[in-house]
Design a protein around this ligand. Structure first.
Ligand code: F3S
Length: 65
């Protein structure tokens, strides 16, 4: 699974880093930062990453399988 964060769409709702703290971090202003350098999600984090994508109100997170 690969995950992409569109920083232009992120409005800082914070659900992603609350639901998947190993996949997302927040910057100083509360916007999401992807913790995975190349966006490739380890198997054990896939369900959390999918949950975060499903719960972003701005559809800023895209999942590729
Ligand atoms: Fe941003 Fe969506 Fe996360 S708006 S902080 S990517 S829940």
């Amino acid at each position: 699974m690969k995950i992409t964060l569109d920083n232009a769409k992120c409005q800082g709702h914070g659900r992603c880093y609350a639901l998947a703290p190993d996949v997302f971090d927040s910057d100083d202003e509360g916007y999401a930062v992807l913790r995975l350098a190349d966006g490739v999600v380890p198997t054990e984090l896939e369900s959390a990453a999918q949950l975060a994508a499903d719960n972003c109100p701005e559809y800023a997170i895209t999942v590729e399988r």
